[in-house]
Every structure is written in C-alpha cells, then in structure tokens.
Design a protein around this ligand. Structure first.
Ligand code: AVJ
Length: 323
C-alpha cells in the first residue's frame, strides 16, 4: 500500500497525510495524545534550541560539561579507528569536539530528517576537521533503510552516538526496540555512547519543563499552531494551558496541554470536542537511575561498560558494548 502510494503522491503531500492521520488518531481517542515528533517543525526546533539556553533547563548544559571534562577519557574508551554513527544528528555540533580528539577516526555517519541542516553541518565538519570522512544520511533513524549504507564502510569499530537524552522521549518498550535497532546495525564489541537525564527531585525536574521564561510553554503550544497551519484547523491556543509534571511511578516528566473550557475544534473538516480539564499529552521525558538504564541497555543487547556524571549527579553519559 505504502509503496504504491509513494509512486504517485509527492513526498510533501505524503508527509501531510501521515501528519493528518496521526493527529486525527491521537485526538480521536478517549485520552488525547499527539506524537512528540511533531513538536519539532522549523519553529519548534528553534524553540527547543532556545530551551537549551534557559537557566531552568539544565540538561544540555550539564551534558556539555560532562563531555568537556571527560573528553580524553571518553575518546580513550572508544579507542582507535572508530566510525561514529549519529542518529538524529541535527547540526552535528556535539560530536565535533569528540571527532577532534579520537585516535585516527574512520569517519562520521550522521542521520537526520532535515537534509538542509545535515549538509550544512557536513560542510562545517569537513572545514573544521580536514580529512574527516562524512557519510550523511537523510531520513528517519527509526527506519532501517538509512542504516543500509553502513555495510559498505569497512571499519575496525563502530560506535553509535546518541546524546541529548533523546532516548528519554521513548516509552520503555520503544526505547528497548531502539537499542535493539542500534545493536542490529553494530557488531559484537562495537559501542554505544548515550546520554540520559537522571532521576532527581521533582521540583528541579518540573522546573526544567516549565521554565520561568515560558519558552517550554511556547514550544508545547506551537504544535497547535502547526496543526492549524498545515492541516487547516482552528485551535485557539489561549484555550489551553501548558502543564508539565513528574510522574514518580513512570519516572518521567509528562508534558500536556490542558483545555481551559469546553469547546470544539475543527481539524481538516472533522470536529474534535474538548472538555474543561481534559488534556492533550504531547511528550514524555523518561528519567533513569544508573542501574535502571544499565538494565535497559542489557535488554537492548548491550553490556554497560562505564559512565560519566556531573558532580551533582544530574545527568549521565553511558558507554556500552554490543554483546
Ligand atoms: C530533546 C527530548 C531531550 O525531553 O528534555 C525539552 C525535549 N521537551 N523541553 C527533553 C524537551 C521540553 C527534550 N529532548
């Protein structure tokens, strides 16, 4: 069905119909949800970059700190002649310092859905690190096809680089599947360098997702404006409030949009009814203990080797190997 469709419908229209299907499905049920990947359109991605700069959102800053303090140790752990693979690489900024200190790296294999950002990053890396080989792959890293070209690159060692606590966005079973996908594209002894936010007091966690500068609020509400613009809907974002809370049992921060009064919204001709107090669940950010994440790594086919933390134990970068 999908193959037949793709031959007659242009790519943009196909993406729109996928978006529409996901939105109607997400808002059609008893509990309303929207897939978090739709938060990241052009404006959403820019707002996320702004989030990374706000004081309350400690994750990006802390991870960068751990990297810069332990760079040599991390490079030594990875070892010589590694091919670095980065799913969801974006602007490829985090990997550069690491590529610069690795011992004779084989090269870099970034995967991202945005070709423009990716090719711009490729040019920058080749300029800053002359001689570095880069194999940019445009596509969704959860799809097997973007991994296919790896088979043609011979390397002594492959290492998947997955920073940013992106794994936290996946439900536990999906996170395990993602690790399995990584492992399936690696060989025994190959590595995974991955960042996770750690379990901590809920006040600090909740503040990170409800910052005093209201950037996260804008980021969350942007999904409604995007649906209006791309799918012909009439959401009034002032009828929704941004809410983030830490769910102790599920060990995750949940982000929601809370409806402030009963009303109906038209989405591409379909009517969606909202009750006061009802929420749209827009994102999850799972938090892990070192032990909890080690268990997840094992389930996904990796043996945890070591990890690095900041002095306040807010965040961790783990290194694991395929068994
Ligand atoms: C990009 C998924 C790591 O979950 O912390 C930040 C996204 N959402 N504030 C996170 C996000 C709201 C972020 N990740």
């Amino acid at each position: 069905m999908k193959a037949a469709l793709s031959s007659i419908v242009p790519e943009q229209q196909q993406q729109d119909s996928e978006f529409l299907k996901d939105v109607l499905e997400g808002l059609g049920g008893k509990i309303k949800t929207l897939p978090c990947k739709y938060l990241y359109d052009e404006l959403g991605s820019r707002l996320f970059e702004d989030i990374c700069e706000v004081e309350d959102y400690y994750l990006t800053r802390t991870e960068a700190d751990i990297f810069s303090k332990n760079l040599k140790d991390i490079a030594f752990t990875i070892g010589p002649e590694a091919l670095m693979i980065e799913p969801g690489a974006g602007n490829c900024e985090k990997v550069e310092a690491l590529l610069a200190v690795l011992e004779s790296p084989k090269g870099y294999y970034p995967i991202d859905i945005s070709s423009e950002i990716l090719f711009q990053a490729e040019r920058r890396i080749k300029r800053n690190l002359p001689g570095m080989q880069v194999w940019s792959q445009v596509g969704d890293f959860t799809q097997p096809d973007v991994w296919d070209k790896l088979a043609r690159i011979s390397s002594r060692k492959r290492v998947v680089f997955f920073p940013g606590s992106t794994i936290g966005n996946f439900e536990l079973d999906k996170a395990e599947q993602l690790l399995e996908l990584f492992a399936a594209n690696l060989g025994v002894g190959d590595g995974l360098l991955i960042g996770t936010d750690l379990v901590k007091d809920s006040v600090r966690l909740e503040r990170a997702y409800h910052d005093s500068e209201h950037v996260t609020e804008k980021f969350n509400k942007n999904i409604l404006n995007r649906i209006n613009a791309e799918l012909g809907a009439d959401f009034d974002h002032t009828l929704f409030a941004h809410r983030s809370f830490y769910h102790q049992l599920r060990q995750r921060v949940e982000m929601h949009l809370v409806c402030l009064k009963n009303h109906s919204v038209s989405v591409a001709g379909s009517q969606v009814d909202f009750l006061e107090g009802e929420t749209i669940h827009t994102e999850n950010s799972h938090k892990y203990s070192i032990n909890g994440f080690s268990k997840l790594l094992s389930k996904g086919g990796f043996a945890p080797i070591c990890h690095w933390k900041d002095s306040a134990k807010s965040y961790a970068i783990h290194y694991a190997q395929v068994v």
